[in-house]
Design a protein around this ligand. Structure first.
Ligand SMILES: [Zn+2]
Length: 69
């Protein structure tokens, strides 16, 4: 029979491994967001990209796009 401490260690290792994978995937998704606005090529501020990781336009161009809808 397995030592409960070994079993607990295995669970902890698996949990840590999954947490690291989830973290690196989240970081990769943030980096997938555009650095520059699709419409005017202005650099999208980091705060906007952090708040909206998949935004592809700056605030001004996004407003214009929404007005067109
Ligand atoms: Zn723009």
């Amino acid at each position: 029979m397995a030592d409960p401490a070994d079993v607990a260690n295995d669970y902890a290792d698996q949990f840590l491994e999954r947490a690291l994978v989830a973290h690196s995937q989240a970081a990769a998704q943030v980096q997938a967001g555009s650095l520059e606005c699709e419409d005017c090529d202005a650099v999208i501020p980091q705060a906007r990209r952090t708040a909206l990781p998949f935004c592809s336009t700056c605030v001004d161009c996004q407003s214009i796009r929404e007005m067109r809808l």
